[in-house]
Write a protein that binds this ligand. Structure first.
Ligand SMILES: Nc1nc2c(ncn2[C@@H]2O[C@H](COP(=O)(O)OP(=O)(O)O)[C@@H](O)[C@H]2O)c(=O)[nH]1
Ligand SMILES: [Mg+2]
Length: 375
């Protein structure tokens, strides 16, 4: 073969190889993408969420309320982030001039951080930051985050649930109408049932005819038993009988639903006090927990109501619901600051798995972590 022929053959092989590469590249890229692990911000499947919740719940005996990361929070709490840090960031990036301190203050107030917290943050910003730091969004953000964290850290560490040493643990759920009590009971009972606990849900909302059937939908979903005796209108009687039944059978847990009420209705608050008192006749330490369910959308209003519930019943925890839909997540900070009661759980949706253990670090991180997307 002549040299010219050989060159021609090499050129042909080279050309064919290039052609194959050009055709195969898009397929190779596609296959590679499929193998890449999903990003943290992609929504998890319900079963992943459920097992994450179980894992977190199991940690509670170790008092690890603040230790692990909730991957779905950045997405779920996006609106909160848009409100506080997103708005601050736009204030800094859109203004040609330096933002005035009262513009910053206004954003903090309207995010429901509460007056005392806002004052503290503003005093640090105005007294401790240099002129150039005051012009820097990230410096201001740092002050706000550290102030939030110190408020959360000011509460003594408590276990997520004060489990009874023997006999059933009794958890009483209270709050105003529509806050999410029944939904939260459904979510909690599902979580604990999946852990293998024997849960009895007591239908203590005897005000509304529909309340029992709404609760039944949730207990069916969660696959737990409901205690809802017909024609009993006294919630104390429901609570008493439910605890007695759970104790006799060796159940692990009684979750008591109650009718929503405004705390300024004195007779209704007296009724709740009676429910609480009556439980001690079956188990002296009951209820082991009294949790108020607060709708994060109701902001400072929810807080005023919670204070009255706390005075009447001695709350041991807060469940903050609807954080998925609010732009006022700062209320988490004022709840802890003003009420001095820990937030135990957060509701981040209407589905059975949309409940998470509250972690202050994750919460603060989630409202700050995507600020660069929001400018
Ligand atoms: N988006 C959202 N909705 C919730 C959440 N928790 C409860 N809800 C909704 O709030 C409404 C009232 O809930 P319900 O449990 O009946 O409140 P209750 O009157 O306190 O028992 C229902 O439409 C629920 O689906 C939550 O975390 N996020
Ligand atoms: Mg209800």
């Amino acid at each position: 073969m002549s040299e010219a022929h050989q060159d021609a053959i090499y050129y042909l092989i080279y050309f064919v190889a290039l052609l194959i590469l050009a055709i195969a590249t898009p397929f190779l890229l596609k296959a590679f993408k499929k193998k890449t692990p999903p990003s943290v911000l992609q929504p998890e499947s319900p079963s992943e969420l459920q097992s994450e919740m179980q894992a977190k719940s199991l940690q509670d005996s170790k008092f690890q309320q603040d230790s692990s990361t909730i991957h779905s929070e950045p997405r779920k709490l996006q609106k909160t982030e848009q409100q506080i840090f997103g708005r601050l960031k736009s204030l800094f990036s859109s203004n040609q001039k330096t933002p005035a301190l009262d513009e910053i203050e206004e954003i903090l107030y309207t995010s429901d951080l509460g007056p005392a917290t806002v004052e503290k943050i503003m005093s640090v910003v105005s007294n401790e930051l240099s002129k150039s730091e005051k012009n820097n969004f990230f410096e201001i953000q740092k002050v706000i985050q550290s102030e939030m964290q110190s408020i959360f850290d000011s509460l003594p560490a408590t276990p997520l649930v004060k489990w009874a040493h023997e006999g059933p643990t009794v958890i009483m759920i209270v709050g105003v109408n529509g806050a999410g009590k029944t939904t939260t009971i459904g979510k909690l009972s599902s979580l604990w049932a999946l852990e293998g606990k024997k849960v009895l849900v007591a239908a203590g909302d005897t005000f509304r005819a529909a309340a029992g059937s709404q609760l039944k939908v949730w207990t069916d979903r969660a696959q737990v038993e409901i205690f809802s005796p017909p024609n009993v209108s006294d919630p104390s009687a429901v609570a008493f009988d439910a605890i007695q039944k759970a104790k006799a059978r060796g159940d692990d847990l009684v979750l008591l639903d109650t009718a929503g009420r405004l705390p300024n209705q004195a007779h209704l608050m007296d009724e709740l006090k009676k429910v609480k008192r009556v439980m001690t006749k079956v188990i002296p330490d009951a209820p082991h927990e009294v949790w108020i369910v607060l709708d994060a959308n109701s902001g400072q209003n929810a807080l005023a109501q919670a204070k009255q519930f706390h005075e009447a019943l001695g709350l041991s925890g807060v469940v903050l619901t609807k954080l998925d839909g609010t732009s006022k997540g700062g209320v988490a900070v004022s709840v802890v600051h003003d009420l001095r009661v820990p937030i135990k759980w957060i509701g981040v949706g209407e589905k059975i798995q949309d409940l998470k253990i509250f972690s202050s670090q994750d919460f603060i991180q989630s409202i700050a972590s995507r600020e660069t997307d929001l400018a």
